[in-house]
Design a protein around this ligand. Structure first.
Ligand code: 5AD
Ligand code: SF4
Length: 444
């Protein structure tokens, strides 16, 4: 095997941040001379990029890891690296539990991968790279990106908020912003490569501040030729400033969609979560957003069954969903995470109650999403084409500025040939489902 080009395979769990980190892992390894394997069986190095936000994500990884153990028995040269939040959180405990793991790489130490070489036995890298890293080195890594037209761009790392349920500040460390000049260079490079859309990524992008504030950063990206759309995730309601709300209606390329996690509609629970806003504050910001950018899509995250949540707190969340009428939500059962404040709060809610509340939330939102999507039937939407639709190869798929998926028929045999990813088409919406819309090119 040695002397031959070695191959890596990455298995990613979790959020967009993690998927983008995997693009960086892939970029670093490709630069070091590795090539990407089509599956784990074919690889010399398997990397798990892990997530520990909820117990379920962690368990999914641990069961995958167990399966790989057998693979390693048959292929002794195989190296296994665990990157991401579980590596950071479990540290040496993971090596004890799974001694066949060769390396741990925390989210702030991806650059440690630069130390491994494909031509020698992979052994030069330290087994544990999980120190809290205040350096900027880990930010400036070359990403091997996926398909056009969209690209993720990290603008900040970590989080300082310490919401009491959340493990992120413990695994991804304190908030560090990337200098805006280097963000600009990256976006200009992406535009030159033919990317048409950028999504700025960070745990709490509204608090970006490094020479420019977040609004300034958006205005900078707006001026870069070739980029047609700008998006961002994720925002903290408390840091959503009036200036940014104004930007939503005035920066031309900035898409009319915001993901603004509410978590709960009850002020008592919001306080126990350390969110530092009330539902009234939140509602006011939504009203302003809708005034500034009419038709803006609003999505959110909800946690069901946080410790101490009573039936009436849950009802307050249901009422908030009815009032705000989100375009879509991600809802989760509360999951106690080791080391977080809420994991030792009194009043832990039984699993059966958490499940029931979650199901009520999801059923209510399903109705709202369907209704909202239906209301778009008959309208004309600006859609950026992404490529052939996954389910029906005769169709193309794309997204509205409000981030809704639209599938459409071009009437041509091989639509991918005629309309390339990144093209913007105006489509009339003719049908609506819960997860996607169907459009057609309006007759002239
Ligand atoms: N349990 C359940 N959901 C959680 N989230 C974060 N931590 C937890 C937890 N311990 C949810 C929040 C957050 C989203 C990314 O994950 O809603 O916004
Ligand atoms: Fe977690 Fe709160 Fe930071 Fe989001 S803002 S990552 S929920 S601590």
């Amino acid at each position: 095997m040695d002397g031959k080009k070695k191959k890596f395979y990455i298995h990613t769990f979790g959020c967009q941040m993690n998927f983008h980190d995997s693009e960086k892992i892939s970029g670093v390894l490709s630069e070091s001379g590795f090539s990407e394997a089509s599956d784990g069986e074919d690889a010399d190095l398997i990397i798990f990029n892990t997530c520990s936000i909820r117990e379920k994500a962690e368990q999914k990884f641990l069961s995958e890891l167990g399966r790989i153990r057998n693979l390693k028995r048959h292929k002794p040269g195989l190296k296994i690296a665990v990157a991401g939040c579980v590596a950071q959180q479990m540290g040496g405990k993971l090596l004890k539990k799974a001694p066949y793991v060769d390396y741990l790489i925390g989210p702030q130490n991806l650059h440690a991968l630069k130390g491994i070489s494909p031509l020698k036995p992979i052994k030069d890298m330290p087994a544990l790279s999980i120190a809290e890293n205040p350096e900027l080195a880990f930010m400036e890594l070359p990403a091997a990106r996926g398909k056009k037209p969209g690209a993720w761009v990290s603008i900040m790392y970590g989080c300082d908020n310490f919401c009491t349920y959340c493990i992120v500040p413990h695994t991804r460390g304190r908030e560090v912003c990337r200098p805006w000049e280097s963000i600009r260079q990256e976006v200009e490079g992406l535009a030159a490569e033919g990317f048409k859309e950028v999504t700025f990524l960070g745990q709490n992008v509204n608090s970006y501040s490094s020479g420019l504030d977040f609004r300034g950063l958006l205005a900078m990206a707006d001026r870069i030729d070739g980029i047609k759309r700008i998006r961002f995730v994720t925002s903290h309601p408390r840091d959503l400033s009036v200036a940014l709300i104004q930007a939503m209606g005035s920066i031309g390329k900035l898409c009319e969609h915001i993901h603004l996690p509410l978590q709960s509609g009850s002020d008592t629970i919001l306080a126990r979560m350390n969110r530092r806003y009330s539902f009234g504050d939140y509602r006011e910001k939504i009203e302003r957003l809708r005034r500034q950018a009419p038709g803006i899509a609003i999505t959110t995250d909800i946690i069901a069954g946080f410790p101490g949540e009573t039936d009436s707190d849950h009802e307050a969340t249901m009422a908030a969903l009815k009032e705000i009428e989100y375009d879509g939500i991600f809802a989760f059962k509360y999951s106690p995470r080791p080391g977080t404040a809420a994991s030792i709060f009194g009043g832990q809610v039984p699993d059966s109650v958490r499940s029931r509340r979650l199901n009520e939330i999801l059923a209510l939102q399903d109705e709202i999403t369907a209704r909202k999507n239906m209301s778009l039937v008959g309208s004309v939407q600006e859609v950026m084409v992404e490529g052939p639709s996954e389910k029906n190869t005769g169709k193309l798929t794309g997204r509205t500025r409000t981030n809704k998926i639209v599938n459409f028929d071009t009437g041509k045999k091989d639509p991918g040939k005629n309309i390339s990813p990144g093209t913007i088409v105006n489509l009339k919406i003719i049908r609506a489902g819960r997860h996607s819309l169907e459009g057609k090119v309006p007759e002239e």
